[in-house]
Design a protein around this ligand. Structure first.
Ligand code: 5RP
Length: 226
């Protein structure tokens, strides 16, 4: 009987083995599934392959250092392939991300990468995004303003991640508003509407970025066709 962690490991290992070649610079995501892509990259570096990485969070950076994976600053090299998990994957390959709070850097790396590969277990596959609350990263000064604008515009009360008394803070020093919109018919439009609110840094809605989705379930590892 395979555990949830076995499946995440299978997805992470498959992505690295299918998409990463020696000589590449890769983007490494954040979270419990991306963890296994980092571990597999570390094994291949230890075996002598020349693979450099851009990390999408402090957690990922620390694991890369522990495993001896050479790190590159974002923007210093072209990123050939980025590999990351997701909180939701829709049929059109749009995503909700940011459950781990790394959405800004994850999106930066996904945009910059030549190929963006998403690794998930089957419960992440959805018809429409939106059951998972959309994370919205906000400049601290603007938090009350953005919260009110989102409530007034979309009729949902955003939750400050971690609670208003001691908010969770991203690697960029910003709080996150989790917005329970429900099913989103047009994630790209919602992303644009949110980013038009002054003070929004980034949203966890990723659209038009995903090139491949690798799913690990108890029957094996498969790659989704769009
Ligand atoms: C972090 C993310 C993660 O990729 C997402 O939350 C999925 O994490 P996990 O693989 O642990 O379920 O977007 O910001």
């Amino acid at each position: 009987m395979k555990t949830a962690d076995d499946l995440k490991r299978a997805a992470g290992f498959a992505a690295v083995d299918r998409y990463v070649r020696t000589g590449m610079c890769i983007g490494l995501g954040t979270g419990s599934t991306a963890h296994w892509a980092i571990v597999r990259t570390g094994e291949r570096v230890a075996a002598g392959e020349q693979i450099a990485a851009v990390a999408t969070s402090g957690v990922t950076e620390r694991l890369c250092r522990e495993l001896g994976i050479p790190l590159v600053l974002f923007g210093d090299r072209e990123i050939d392939v980025a590999i990351d998990g997701a909180d939701e994957v829709a049929a059109d390959f749009s995503l909700t991300k940011g459950g781990g709070g790394a959405l800004f850097r994850e999106k930066a790396v996904a945009i910059a990468a030549g190929t963006f590969v998403v690794i998930v277990t089957p419960e992440k596959l959805v018809d429409r995004l939106g059951a998972f609350p959309t994370p919205v990263e906000v400049v601290p000064y603007s938090l009350p303003y953005v919260r009110r604008r989102i409530a007034a515009t979309f009729g949902v009360e955003p939750a400050v991640r971690g609670g208003a008394a001691s908010p969770f803070v991203t690697d960029n020093g910003n709080p996150i508003l989790d917005c329970a919109f429900g099913p989103l018919s047009d994630p790209a439009a919602r992303d644009a509407e949110l980013r038009a609110i002054h003070g929004v840094v980034a949203t966890g809605l990723f659209w038009g970025l995903t090139d491949a989705v690798i799913v690990a379930d108890p029957e094996g590892v498969r790659e989704l066709a769009r």
